[in-house]
Structures are given as structure tokens and as C-alpha cells.
Design a protein around this ligand. Sequence first.
Ligand SMILES: NCc1[nH]cc(CCC(=O)O)c1CC(=O)O
Length: 325
Amino acid sequence: MPAENGDGRVLRIATRESPLALWQARHVAGLLAERTLPPQIVPMVSSGDVDMRPIDGKRSVGVFTKRIQQALLEDEGDVAVHSMKDLPTEPHPRLRMVASPERETVADCLVSPAGTELEDLPHAARIGTGSRRRAAQLLKVRPDLEVLPIRGNVQTRLQRMHDGEYDAIILAAAGIERLEMMDLPRVELPLDLMLPAPGQGALAIEVRGDDSHAVSVVSRINVPRSAACTSAERTLLSDLHGGCLAPIAALGTVTERGGGDQPSVTLNLIARVLSADGKTCLESQADTPIDLSSDDWQRVAIELGRNVAAMLIDQGAKPLIEAGR
Ligand SMILES: NCc1[nH]cc(CCC(=O)O)c1CC(=O)O
């Protein structure tokens, strides 16, 4: 066993082998290397990258994240790096999410061979997405589109589009940027048209709850501004019992006003619940003052998530969510 103070201990980052996961692991390794010995990267194979069957409700819960969590539980690694939107809101009893570093672009992109704008896509164009959230928000503004399921990692999806199976696909901007596919023909969808998934563009870093060295080292790379936004989004998702497949979109943002001695910081949360065809779209938002320098930010963010979820439930969100299961 490593010494309790961790002196000389090299942390092992468990990661999936997809290019996106490897980028995320290396990125976190770089952040940790500024504060401790450079970590080691330990790749694992996960069913989420191999399984090409269409997504269905039960089998897919945590499909990207379970393998990495298992690596920590079996002591094959010490640090798990997840795309936060793939991580189920129900925490594992022996693991602890201790950090979320700086969030990247939150928007979704419409990717097509010619980088066509949404309004310029031909009538009944075939769009590849496995996400009910993306499908419903697309159909809300373009009911003529034909939304078709798609699976696999980013590279596989692009290949299927280039093979002519789809006229366009939707991908998170963060994934495209992480993979440095800057030349990929695409347009960023406005946030009011395509509100992102809870946690999109953010990373979630877990360690074993009883690994006090890892808890203390890894929590140093937490960025409270990012963590507060995603904590509000995930609380909302959890209160709606949504899971990562529900037609639920949410975005937390922090705005800072005034400088000097009394800067005021506000956390805003906007969220949507949609019917599968996009014809019903419930929307709610609220904001709250937040002090990101005190230990209280998490409680404030959770309360905001609860409030916005409760407003959506009052508007009738539950039957919409259950209809999509
Ligand atoms: N579900 C797969 C997944 N998980 C995280 C990302 C992108 C990066 C992110 O949103 O953090 C993607 C691909 C996508 O949605 O296009």
C-alpha cells in the first residue's frame, strides 16, 4: 500500500480506449501533473465503444462509465475520467466525484458533408442521432426531418455519414474540439434552438472515497464555476429521474457583474423537457446569487436544480419523461 501521505505515489488514470476518452485522460493527466507527480494512463476496453446495437433504455445506463468505475473498484486505476454527460447521476457508494475542471464548449453542432445550415437542409433530410433530446429539439423547428438512430464513437458516426446513410449528424462541439477536428464541416446550433444535455462539455473525475491521497490531490483541479453549473444541471436531471437518455436539456451559467470590492455572481439554470416529436416543449429557468469562493456553492447549486425541476414537474414534465422510456 502507498504511504498515507502519498509522497512519491504515481496516480493511475483509468480510461476507455476511444480517441475522445484518451484525450480526456491525457488532459486531466496534464492538469494533475501541475500539482503532483505525472500520472500514468491505463486504457481499458468498454462495451460502449464496441457494441453497435441501437441504444435502448436499460442496457445503455452507464455504458461508457461502468468499465472505468470497475477499474477503480478493482484497484486497476485510481482516477476515473468521464464525459460528465455520460455519468449516471446516481453515485456509486464507494466512489466520489471530486473534481470537474474548466468546462469547454457546451453547444451541439450540425455536421454534414458541406457544413449546411439547419434551415438549408433539404426537406425530409435524414439526420443521425441516438439522443431523444437532440431529436425532439430538431423536430420542434424542422418537423419534416427524418431522425434516424446512430451509434458508435465519433469516428464511426462520421464514417456512416460519409457512406451516405445520413445527410447530417449531430455531435457535441466539445467532442469535435477535443479530437482537434477543426476542419470538419459543421455549424454550431444556437443554444436556444438546441439546449445541451446536463453536463455536456464538462468532465467528471472520480476516485475511491477511501483513497484520501487521491481525494485531496484530485480535488485541487476542481473549478467551482464549472462544478456549480453542472451540479445544478445534474440535480435537475436526478430530480426528474431522467437518466442520460431522457428528452431533457439543461444549462447552468455563471455571470459576474461589477468588480472592485463587491462583485456579484449569479448562477442561472434553464431547462427543457420535450415530447419525442418536439411538439410539446416545457421550459423553465431561475437564478440565484452564489459565492464561488465559499464552501456553500454546492448547496446553492443543488437548491437551484431542485427548484427548476419542481417548476417543470408542476408544468407536467413527469408524463413526458415516462412516455419516452
Ligand atoms: N455520448 C457520447 C459522448 N459523450 C461525450 C461526448 C462529447 C463531449 C461532451 O459532451 O462532453 C460524446 C459525443 C457526442 O455527444 O457528440
